[in-house]
Design a protein around this ligand. Structure first.
Ligand SMILES: C[S@@+](CC[C@H](N)C(=O)[O-])C[C@H]1O[C@@H](n2cnc3c(N)ncnc32)[C@H](O)[C@@H]1O
Length: 294
């Protein structure tokens, strides 16, 4: 595991998170950068990744993620137990009790750290489709003890290609929810619209909800990259060849609008990850939103 990866992993330890729930505007981030942070960003600009290498990383993105799962298996991402606190719509409302049966399609599911806790949550009554372009990740999902095709179906799918779901086992315009959890940041910016449009095609008209969470500009992880890892504005390649991107609120709002969504909520959320045992106390900054298909 690489050093950025080890540090990044701390963000994904849900049991030790304290939430401050502050909401930021992107200009505030610019204003509040420390001298060290400004210096880190300047250092990154001293040596950028060439466009030739960037193209190669983009073309081989699936291979790098598959190798990531070969190396880390199911150990890297921890189960996300905060989901229904933040995205309460996934639960049945009180008058629906346990029989509200809704369909969720999780895009870029990794090894199922988002999906399986939802299956276990008694407040939800979800049928979940999950997909990822890493065949190894999907194999891990299928081998999970809770995997049962009466409740969850996993399949391999690349969301960055047009009509990604045309031959997938998901009902077109049949989902109540789609989720993009730390997935868009792994995709090349020129493919963002294709990926969001694919997500939209799965959702029910006028009521389908897309839920989103990803890295925000000036998240701590952004400052940890050194020279020879910046690809373009707010985009980086990790030592393991996977790519990441840090979003601005306005660009997500615009992208969603272009792809036929209305913003329900969208905010910067600050999280503090504290792991006393390992002496870790790391501030993180994410962008989180809910978008209604028009
Ligand atoms: C940072 S991980 C997040 C995994 C999971 N959503 C979670 O929150 O634990 C990003 C995931 O997106 C997947 N991914 C990246 N690009 C993809 C694409 N074009 N199509 C489908 N999955 C993709 C990767 O394989 C990886 O599993």
């Amino acid at each position: 595991m690489t050093s950025e990866r080890e540090k990044e992993q701390n963000e994904l330890q849900p049991n030790n998170i304290t939430n401050t729930n502050r909401v930021f505007r992107s200009e505030e981030h610019e204003l509040t950068l420390t001298l060290e942070q400004k210096a880190a960003l300047e250092r990154q600009d001293t040596r950028l990744v060439s466009s030739f290498r960037t193209d190669k990383f983009d073309k081989e993105s699936k291979k790098h993620w598959d190798i990531f799962y070969k190396r880390n298996e199911t150990r890297f991402f921890k189960d996300r137990h905060w989901t229904t606190r933040e995205f309460w719509e996934l639960c049945c409302s009180t008058n629906e009790s346990e029989t509200c049966k809704k369909i969720l399609v999780e895009i870029g599911c990794g090894v199922g750290n988002f999906a399986f806790p939802l299956l276990e949550d008694e407040k939800c009554d979800l049928f979940i489709y999950v997909c990822d372009f890493s065949p190894r990740a999907i194999d891990f999902v299928k081998n999970h003890k809770l995997y049962d095709e009466n409740r969850i179906v996993a399949f391999v799918c690349d969301i960055s290609v047009i009509s990604a779901y045309s031959s997938a086992p998901v009902p077109s315009e049949g989902a109540d929810f789609t989720s993009l959890m730390f997935v868009l940041s792994a995709i090349a910016p020129e493919k963002f619209e294709t990926a969001i449009t694919n997500a939209s095609q799965l959702l029910k008209k006028s009521e389908g909800l897309l839920i989103f969470r990803d890295y925000a500009v000036n998240d701590m992880a952004m400052f940890r990259f050194g020279p020879n890892s910046k690809v373009s504005s707010r985009r980086y390649v990790r030592q393991d060849g996977t790519m990441t991107y840090f979003f601005e609120k306005d660009e997500i709002e615009l992208l969603m609008q272009k792809c036929g969504f209305q913003t329900v909520t969208l905010e910067y959320v600050e999280r503090r990850t504290i792991n006393k045992k390992e002496g870790v106390d790391v501030p993180r900054l994410f962008l989180q939103g809910k978008f209604r298909k028009l």
